[in-house]
Design a protein around this ligand. Structure first.
Ligand code: GLN
Length: 483
């Protein structure tokens, strides 16, 4: 079946003409039509445009002008702007908004001849860890439809896991690519901050946001990263040497690999099932020659509280632009101020309003030093501690999420508990480090992810290490039993 192929396998079949780009697009679109009513991964699909793009890709393939992923379909989180295609951020405040331009990452993927299938569901404005704050629909984990796929890039994780797209892009501010990848049993990668352009990614917390791919193998992650990465003059935080070449992806070895395991991320905050599964996986790496050392990074437990000052502070400023005038619907009521208040009051969801209020408070005169400035200082401390340990070790490993997938609604009454699930993923965002989640085992019937984090611009090494770890562990590409 075409939809069961990895991106690398599909690309090979496209090049050998065993499969045409139109067949590849149709197979995935049909699969979405067939199964997505059960999973709710997509907010929008773009069949006509996808088939037209696939025909154009086929011409490139026929002319031999193909790039690595020409003709390969992909899905995109609905907070990444697509020209003429609705981009809602899963919020009512952007209902019906069709951006007049493509995000730079979309331009990069299209220039490779990749084919956009549709836009995936997320927590509203990417604020959440279960995809349940979406204003539009519930997304379900393919491993158990009563469970959450994680979030905020839950739709992208499900698209990859349930074989609706070989590659789905998400955004990661505090873990939103890696955590849903872990909960859905796929690979999720947040590159070094600045390697994939943020131009056209609707900003949540600009100093933390980074786009990254979710796929079913590390090889596909490398290909998807290559297609997306590159310097962008429209993003002032884009790195000059952002481009990536997977050249020696498969040359990585675990022999002599120095692994640091922060004890703060293996303690009581981690559920037993997850901890056991990560320990077994670490043993596996050790048998292949890795040298595993337990280290202490005392600032890491401060990550969640620090993050929940910095991210809302930046969000409160970034979301100021949604006034109902320039984007999306407007509720008219009395004068301008009343209309703006009604629009924001009625069309933003609860979680988004909560963050705007927390962020505005943390930035206000008199509180700025106590909250925002302090949080930035702790952020610096976390980045320093991580950098220091990475000078002495090749990679930092921990669980990706303290828990495996949980039942939908489980955190309805305890939103703080849901926020603590970002414990292990936040440090990479704080320091801009590249970080990848790999399927490493199970807790009960549900997949568990292992998180590997490397130094800034160490993406090449991190991915080749992840490739070697994936081969040793053998959990990538397992299909949810339901498929
Ligand atoms: N769960 C975190 C939050 O709710 C992270 C979200 C993200 O990475 N976009 O903010």
């Amino acid at each position: 079946m075409i939809t069961g192929l990895t991106a690398a396998e599909l690309a090979a079949k496209l090049k050998s003409k065993e499969v045409s780009a139109v067949e590849a697009a149709e197979a995935h679109l049909d699969r979405i039509d067939e199964v997505d009513a059960d999973y709710g991964a997509f907010l929008t699909t773009c069949r006509d445009q996808a088939l037209a793009d696939a025909e154009a890709a086929q011409k490139l393939l026929d002319a031999g002008e193909d790039k690595p992923l020409t003709g390969v379909p992909f899905a995109l989180k609905d907070n990444i702007c697509t020209e003429g295609i609705e981009t809602t951020c899963a919020s009512k405040i952007l209902e019906g908004w069709k951006p007049p331009y493509n995000a730079s990452v979309v331009e990069n993927l299209k220039s490779q001849g990749m084919v956009l299938l549709g836009k995936t569901n997320l927590d509203e404005f990417a604020m959440g860890a279960s995809t349940e704050t979406s204003a539009y629909k519930t997304t379900r984990c393919p491993w158990d439809p009563d469970c959450s796929p994680g979030g905020s890039s839950g739709g992208s994780a499900v698209a990859a896991s349930a074989e609706m797209a070989p590659i789905a892009y998400g955004s990661d501010t505090g873990g939103s690519v890696r955590q849903p990848a872990a909960l859905c049993g796929v690979v999720g990668f947040k590159p070094t901050y600045g390697r994939i352009s943020r131009y056209g990614l609707v900003a949540f917390s600009s100093s933390l946001d980074q786009i990254g791919p979710l796929t079913r193998s590390v090889e596909d992650t490398a290909l998807a990263f290559q297609a997306a990465a590159g310097h962008c003059r429209l993003d002032s935080t884009s790195l000059p040497d952002a481009a990536y070449n997977p050249g020696d992806l498969k040359s990585g070895s675990l022999k002599g690999l120095k692994v640091a395991v922060p004890q703060e991320l293996m303690g009581d905050d981690i559920s037993e099932g997850v901890r056991e599964s990560v320990e077994i996986a670490l043993d596996r790496l050790k048998r292949e020659g890795a040298i595993i050392t337990s280290v202490s990074l005392p600032s890491l437990p401060l990550g969640v509280t620090t993050y929940y000052i910095i991210a809302p502070a930046e969000a409160s400023s970034n979301l100021g632009r949604f006034d109902g005038i320039r984007f999306g619907p407007r509720i008219e009521k009395g004068d301008h101020n009343e209309s703006t208040a009604a629009t924001r009051g009625q069309l933003f969801g609860h979680e988004v309003k909560l963050r705007i209020m927390v962020g505005t408070y943390a930035l206000s005169a008199g509180y700025y030093d106590a909250y925002y400035k302090r949080a930035q200082q702790v952020r610096g401390l976390m980045a320093d501690e991580m950098s220091k340990v990475m000078r002495e070790h090749d990679v930092v490993i921990s669980p990706t999420s303290p828990v495996a997938s949980f039942r939908l609604g489980e955190f309805a009454k305890d939103q703080m508990a849901l926020k603590t699930l970002d414990l292990c993923t936040i440090p990479a965002n704080m320091g801009g480090f590249p970080s990848i989640s790999l399927p490493c085992g199970n807790a009960g019937d549900m997949p568990v992810g292992m998180l590997l984090t490397g130094p800034i611009m160490g993406d090449e090494r991190l991915l080749s290490t992840a490739y070697a770890a994936e081969q040793a562990m053998g959990f990538s590409g397992r299909r949810p039993p339901i498929l």
